[in-house]
Design a protein around this ligand. Structure first.
Ligand code: FAD
Length: 411
């Protein structure tokens, strides 16, 4: 039976034995992965130690306390492949994903399939030992950096829409895959369109099983909504050296894509400084709106803590993922409202414009917060999930239930 103090002692022994701040980041991650300490809650066969979920956090904290780097880029693909298999896919992909050698993006959404994801039309056809894929994806965060895509594509048109999907590992660096960056209204460029024209995938690179892609996709979405993505980077207390320097470069590169995400969340932290800056800290209407904002923020934090506690107990992602996601959207909208109230027309001034509040950050908040209630499933979709899965309400009516997707589209 593992206990916290024994675990910390084992981590300190590992650090004494193997950590050297001048290892390359890849070398150190390889040591962590090969010794099972990268994600200790994963099974021993798959680079872990079969420990309870709470052990991951303890190991991460103890490594940092010893001055060692902890950063494991397992993202959404890691837990999905671990859960869904099969073994040869786990064998091929989990290790390079944990060591950071292979980076993944998510290729789910299409121009006419976002909320109705199962209605997608990108198609994969088996041709000998390869799948051949044609179609278009959109909104694909970081696809321009990725080595592999978590691709959801249709493999059977003659069954109901959820039953004819397959989840693939698509190699991004090939002639049949074209990635075109999109320019956003907040001037950042996190997303891409991805065009697949006779793109090729080895026959065995199916996550889960052919035509069972919907189950695997739900696993990815549940992790996306439940804040359970591993790989966040915290370098406080880590000893200076090559590993840390390389981690900083890697984190800065990925931060370019995510640099507007704090603004997307509404920047509740700036509300009180903003009120003081414009001399309205004593205005009762402003104070009331800020109090509402802070209350929402606290409630959101507690929901996130509940989700973390459930994960530590080894429970699968549950409705708290959808509740937490809705809470973040509500918070972002309230922060947007407060900033608008305080900045007035000046809030529209961007970047270096004279008088732009907080160097244009408020302008960025105002045009970035809508993304919060769209990414990872819109607010309405979260409410539908909660209604059906948590409250037991009837499912949305579907005139095409049980109808082959080819016929449903023709009608
Ligand atoms: C910041 C960000 C990052 C993203 N990253 C990725 C990524 O990496 N990979 C990827 O594949 N996708 C990504 N997406 C896409 C995202 O998953 C979709 O935008 C989202 O699922 C909504 O789909 P849509 O844009 O097609 O909107 P639509 O589905 O067309 O929805 C339009 C409106 O209709 C409402 N609506 C739709 N259906 C229902 C319903 N049944 N009941 C009630 N209301 C409904 C919606 O709530 C919304 O208000 C990202 C999006 C954002 C904003």
């Amino acid at each position: 039976m593992v206990n916290e103090s024994g675990l910390r002692r084992d981590v300190r022994a590992l650090v004494a034995r193997s950590w050297d701040p001048n290892l390359s980041l890849r070398e150190w991650r390889t040591i962590l992965v090969d010794s099972g300490w990268a994600v200790p809650s994963w099974p021993e066969r798959w680079h872990g130690r079969g420990l309870p979920a709470w052990a991951d956090g303890i190991v991460r904290d103890e490594l940092r306390a010893c001055g060692a780097v902890w950063s494991v880029p397992s993202g959404l693909a890691g837990p999905t492949i671990l859960e869904q298999g099969p073994d040869d896919v786990r064998e091929r992909f989990l290790r390079p994903l944990l060591t950071g050698e292979e980076v993944w993006c998510q290729l789910f959404s299409e121009p006419s399939a976002g909320s109705d994801l199962a209605g997608l039309t990108s198609t994969a056809i088996l041709d000998g030992d390869e799948w051949v894929v044609n179609g278009q994806k959109v909104w694909n965060t970081s696809a321009h950096h990725a080595d592999f895509g978590m691709l959801l594509a249709r493999t059977d048109w003659d069954v109901p829409k959820h039953e004819g999907l397959t989840y693939f590992a698509l190699p991004m660096h090939q002639p049949g895959v074209e990635v075109r960056p999109l320019r956003q209204m907040n001037f950042h460029s996190s997303f891409n369109e991805v065009f697949m024209t006779d793109a090729r995938i080895p026959r065995a690179w199916v996550v889960g099983a052919p035509n069972r892609g919907w189950t695997a996709a739900l696993a990815t979405l549940a992790h996306e909504r439940s804040f359970s993505i591993l790989g966040r980077t915290d370098t406080r207390g880590v000893t200076e050296g090559r590993a840390l320097a390389e981690l900083r470069v890697e984190a800065a590169e990925s931060a370019k894509v995510y640099s507007w995400y704090p603004q997307r969340a509404g920047r509740a932290d700036l509300a009180i400084p903003h009120a003081h800056e414009v001399g309205r800290g004593a205005d009762p209407v402003v104070r009331q709106e800020i109090a509402r904002l802070v209350s929402l923020q606290r409630i959101g934090q507690w929901t996130a803590e509940r989700a973390t506690a459930a994960r530590r107990l080894g429970r699968p992602p549950g409705p708290e993922g959808s509740i937490g996601k809705l809470a973040l959207s509500t918070l972002a909208r309230q922060a947007h409202r407060v900033h608008t109230m305080l900045a007035g027309a000046h809030g529209l001034l961007a970047g270096n414009d004279d008088g732009a509040p907080f160097g244009g950050i408020v302008a960025e908040i105002l045009i970035s917060t809508p993304a919060q209630s769209i990414a990872g499933g819109t607010d309405e979709v979260q409410r539908n999930i909660l209604g059906e899965k948590a409250l037991g309400l009837p499912k949305e009516p579907d005139a095409f239930r049980g109808v082959a997707y080819r016929d449903a589209r023709a009608r």
